[in-house]
Design a protein. Structure first.
Length: 172
């Protein structure tokens, strides 16, 4: 359902996060650090590394923009030498425990555009002038805003739209 873009992501996130309620934030940090080398690191593609380096060498602002949380995204960013992560945020109480709530908006669909606009304003660039890479139809709102949308290993719906609009489609 996520791949098809027909899921109510905020509702699913709210339900899933109830199991996090009361758990220490350090629990998730540790869990992600443990599985990152085994499950995520092998999936990072050389083409992605080259794209990041190209943008960094051009002096551009480079960020990971993802519906995932920082617990997943920050290890990826560190591996790729990316200083900025725009992501979904989980609410943590003063004792360092999850409340079971997401900080709105979820970094998904239009929420991804909203969160990216906030960072763009703070960092002094316009997302309308940016390049954005995605594989999912759920990122269509952000792909439609940027100057250079690049589609990577797209799902079927995104591939169809990218072909129709003449967007670059790459296989990584």
């Amino acid at each position: 359902q996520y791949t098809l873009g027909v899921i109510d992501a905020p509702k699913v996130a709210r339900k899933a996060l109830q199991s996090f309620k009361g758990r220490e934030e350090s629990w998730l940090e540790k869990s992600c650090a443990e599985w990152f080398p085994k499950y995520v690191l092998p999936e990072l593609q050389q083409a992605g590394r080259r794209a990041v380096n190209k943008h960094r060498q051009a002096g551009e602002f480079v960020a990971i923009v993802t519906g995932a949380t920082r617990y997943v995204a920050e290890p990826v960013a560190a591996e790729l030498g990316i200083d900025h992560v725009i992501c979904s945020e989980l609410e943590v109480d003063i004792e360092g425990c999850f409340t079971g709530r997401v900080v709105e908006p979820l970094c998904y669909g239009l929420g991804k555009v909203e969160r990216t606009n906030i960072v763009a304003e703070r960092e002094g660039f316009r997302i309308e002038e940016a390049t954005f890479y995605s594989d999912s139809i759920t990122d269509l709102p952000l792909l439609e805003v940027v100057t250079t949308p690049v589609v990577i290993n797209p799902d079927a719906r995104l591939r169809k739209i990218a072909k129709k609009r003449g967007w670059p489609i790459e296989a990584w």
